[in-house]
Design a protein around this ligand. Structure first.
Ligand code: 6PG
Length: 480
């Protein structure tokens, strides 16, 4: 059987994806710029995939690779995002035939995906931006796959990605999210939520340690316990694992020997930039991204430590109660972060006419991806019950969860502020919740100020129309 699908770019993610595809009984053409990697793949895993009814068809040159694939070809590109992707696409295009499908499985910026799609459409080629989540392990054993692009492309690619994706209750964690950049857009937001989730976990850890007085090993136990309940998720499980780990060289908790400056490849930043453009308040994701930035400002941090000192302020807490309060605050804040992420997905979908189904998206995030969590089932149910849901936060299950945790959430944010332990994601999530439910927001005053200094006009609560007050003159109001 001649392959109708190929994969180029055999670094860790590409290699594992290739093993996964061929391991599911598919014939797969494989190629890498340096042929050693292609050889290593075939030598190392050719027999394994043959035992599963699949096979690798290796090529050393891009020309042979393309020629080894049956038309219409589906070619997955798994190279370093950015210029690396453009270089491979440019080399591929002259070798392809109309209706062939090029799939970018990296973490591309949705704007790049739109640009590439338009460029390839001019050659009668289909371009698919495909979000793949789950890291190296996921790529090998079952990732969550968010496919953009045309129906034609999904008709060819869908059966393969659905066979290799994680399966939850027999449902594959892969879908055609929508046309053009929809797949990469939702993957970007997935990563934004991942940033918020991790920041919330980090704040919970910091508070338990600095205010609650628990050791990393004890906090590992706490997280392992939380993973048995409504917080059950991959990241909570990983937190228990990382906190329980001891550094071999020093015998210290691993978390104490790691430099406290969080890095990023950029998907969180893109999410926030896109949210600003769309006008969607993703405060949890934004705080998480800024918290990483703050952690990296080592010079400023050093000066501030010298000037202000590092002492925490004294606060009294009951340890067991505090642990439970932090759990409740974490869950409520997490609900806010996911609600904001889903708001952004829907805003992006409206902006570009993608018609993304949020319930289906929650379904494919239940397994394989980094933010997989038990409560994504609840998100799916909320959208099933009301496909037009305005905000996840107000869906019955989440509204109840937030109401139940509200008092604890406030105590934790207040305690953090009193102690001097930064909890920006906890605090901003609470402020978002309060902002949404507020009877009158001080935005009215902002409108007044804008009208006063810049004649920017305002609307009134009691009648329709747009108004301006003659602030500098006799203060009469005129309808504009
Ligand atoms: C995934 C992850 C992955 C991402 C890393 C690192 O879904 O498998 O989101 O795509 O590259 O999590 O992201 P940062 O380096 O930006 O933290």
């Amino acid at each position: 059987n001649t392959p109708s699908i190929g994969l180029t770019g055999l670094a860790v993610m590409g290699r594992n994806l290739a093993r996964n595809i061929a391991g599911h009984g598919h014939a797969l053409a494989v190629h890498n710029r340096s042929p050693e990697r292609t050889r290593a793949l075939v030598e190392g895993f050719g027999d394994d995939v043959a035992a599963q009814g699949g096979r690798f068809v290796p090529s050393e040159s891009l020309e042979d690779f393309v020629a080894s694939i049956e038309r219409p070809r589906t070619i997955i590109v798994m190279v370093k995002a950015g210029e690396g992707t453009d270089a491979v696409i440019d080399a591929l295009v002259p070798l392809l035939d109309p209706d062939d499908i090029v799939v970018d499985a990296g973490n591309a910026h949705p704007d790049d995906t739109r640009r590439r799609q338009e460029a390839l459409a001019a050659h009668d080629l289909h371009f698919v931006g495909m979000g793949v989540s789950g890291g190296e392990e996921g790529a090998l054993h079952g990732p969550s796959i968010m496919v953009g692009g045309s129906e034609h492309a999904y008709a060819h690619l869908g059966p393969v990605v659905e066979s290799i994706a994680a399966q939850v209750d027999g449902v594959p964690c892969a879908m055609h999210v929508g046309p053009d950049a929809a797949g990469h857009f939702v993957k970007m937001v997935h990563n934004g939520i991942e940033y918020a989730d991790m920041q919330l976990i980090a704040e919970a850890y910091d508070l338990l340690r600095s205010v609650g007085g628990l050791s990393p090993a004890e906090i590992a136990e706490v997280f392992a316990g939380w993973n048995e309940g409504e917080l059950e998720s991959f990241l909570i499980e990983m937190t228990a694992d990382v906190l329980a780990h001891t550094d071999a060289a020093t015998g210290q908790p691993f978390v104490d020997v790691v430099l406290d400056a969080a890095e990023q490849k950029g998907t969180g930043r893109w999410t926030v930039q896109s949210a600003l453009d769309l006008g969607v308040p993703v405060t949890g994701i934004a705080e998480a991204t800024f918290a990483r930035a703050l952690s990296g400002h080592t010079e400023q941090r050093e000066v501030a430590r010298e000037v202000f000192g590092t002492d925490l302020r004294e606060v009294e807490v009951d340890r067991d109660r505090f642990v439970d309060d932090v759990r409740a605050a974490l869950f409520a804040s997490k609900v806010v972060a996911y609600a904001q992420g889903f708001d952004q997905v829907q805003a992006g979908s409206r902006e570009h006419d993608w018609d993304v189904d949020p319930g289906a998206l929650a379904t494919i995030w239940r397994g394989g991806c980094i933010i997989r969590a038990q409560f994504l089932d609840r998100i799916r149910e909320a959208y099933d019950a009301d496909p037009k849901l305005t905000s996840l936060l107000t869906a019955p299950y989440f509204a109840d969860a937030v109401r139940t945790g509200e008092a604890a959430w406030r105590r934790v944010v207040a305690t953090a502020a009193q102690a001097g332990v930064p909890a920006p994601a906890f605090a901003s999530s609470l402020a978002f919740f309060d902002g949404l439910r507020r009877d009158r927001l001080p935005a009215a005053l902002i409108q007044g100020l804008r009208d006063d200094f810049g004649a920017h006009t305002y609307r009134r609560v009691d009648r329709p129309g747009t108004f301006h007050t003659d602030w500098a003159g006799d203060r009469t109001e005129k309808e504009q």
